[in-house]
Design a binder for this molecule. Structure first.
Ligand code: UT7
Length: 322
């Protein structure tokens, strides 16, 4: 029996940190409102010439270094993003070229904030069934490019960044299960309504921004994440108490606290980066994982649950032994 194990993690945040105090000068908001309603204090913003692939490359190289792997060891690249460099080729292909790897499968996954969980679920199946031995799984976003900097309801929430893991075939677990879901009926609540084959003129006019009915998304997120946690525990026949670390998608501290309560987990066992990173969509979970691995909280053998919810709606979870 072969498993897929994470053997290295990496993360990268652009140099520019945008604080709530700075946002007070851009839109009608306050540090107090943002802090109380979201838990966010700052977010990082990519430089004008810094691309999604640039961020992904930094995170990927850090993960490979931790795993003691050379880029030429990689035989699969799965990259989750909502903000790719180009319409095509995929950012995964651009990353492959940057790393000097040639020939292996490389593709993007678009599941918005659940993107990393989807990418991990797909890569894990490749590795477990012998289709790859050393996969690079990346979540990378330049969300600042699709924010309306005049909309205080969204521009204070999101940030840029990238996180990556190396996933290798192993005879010990590993990823124990992944659970991926979607329901397109809720597309209207959270979206960028213009793209290449619909509303292209608005896209060209620079009007393709994130739109969100925040309050409705909030309620759905809390309920759905509660259900996915139950599904994951039941599938693995384990108890809440068996989980050492919860790594939630970092959208809002109040959503994170609600999920932790549901799992009866003290906040000390929850990895929280939303204060410093904001919501980095597909990058948020691998970035948080990298932070907690590098500061020594998550250690080999720990049981880790990851969960996410995002546009689509999409939602999902992963349970793993680190
Ligand atoms: O990652 C994908 C999933 N995304 C999420 O999970 C995000 C889910 N939603 C949320 O996190 C929250 O709904 C928000 C943080 C977006 C908003 O918090 P809320 O507690 O749901 O506030 P609200 O939307 O109900 O707005 C309350 C008030 C409104 O004013 P009125 O109508 O009560 O006068 C808003 O206009 O807060 C106002 N408001 C703001 N005030 C200051 C909205 N944005 C801001 C702002 N600064 N930035």
């Amino acid at each position: 029996m072969s498993y897929a194990r994470i053997t290295g993690t990496g993360g990268y945040l652009p140099a520019k940190a945008l604080t709530n105090a700075e946002l007070e000068h851009l839109v009608d908001t306050t540090d107090a409102w943002i802090t109380e309603r979201t838990g966010i204090k700052k977010r990082h913003i990519a430089a004008p010439d810094e691309t999604c692939c640039d961020l992904a490359e930094r995170a990927a190289r850090a993960a490979l270094q931790m795993a003691n792997r050379h880029p030429t060891d990689v035989d699969l690249i799965v990259l989750a993003t909502t903000t790719p460099n180009h319409v095509f080729p995929s950012t995964a292909c651009l990353l492959q070229q940057r790393l000097g790897v040639h020939g292996c499968a490389a593709f993007d996954i678009q599941a918005v904030c659940t993107g990393f969980i989807y990418a991990l679920g797909v890569a894990e199946r490749f590795v477990r069934t012998g289709g790859a031995k050393c996969a690079l799984v990346v979540g990378a976003e330049t969300l600042s490019r699709i924010l309306n900097w005049e909309d205080r309801g969204t521009c204070v929430l999101f940030g840029d960044g990238a996180g990556a893991v190396v996933l290798e075939a192993s005879d010990r677990p590993g990823i124990l299960s992944t659970h991926l879901h979607a329901d397109g009926r809720f597309a209207e609540l959270l979206n960028v309504p213009y793209g290449v084959s619909s509303g292209y003129e608005r896209l060209l006019a620079g009007e393709a921004f994130i739109q969100m009915k925040g309050n409705e998304v909030f309620k759905m997120a809390v309920n759905t994440l509660g259900r996915i946690v139950d599904e994951t525990l039941e599938h693995n026949q384990i108890d809440q108490a068996d989980i050492d670390w919860l790594i939630p998608h970092q959208a809002n501290i109040r959503i994170i606290q609600a999920t932790a309560r549901k799992l009866k987990m003290p906040m000390e066992r929850v990895v929280v980066t939303v204060e410093d990173h904001g919501n980095t969509s597909a990058a948020s979970i691998p970035l948080a994982l990298d932070v907690a691995v590098r500061d020594g909280r998550i250690r080999e053998g720990d049981m880790v649950m990851m969960e996410a919810f995002g546009g689509g709606f999409t939602w999902g979870s992963a349970l793993l032994r680190y």
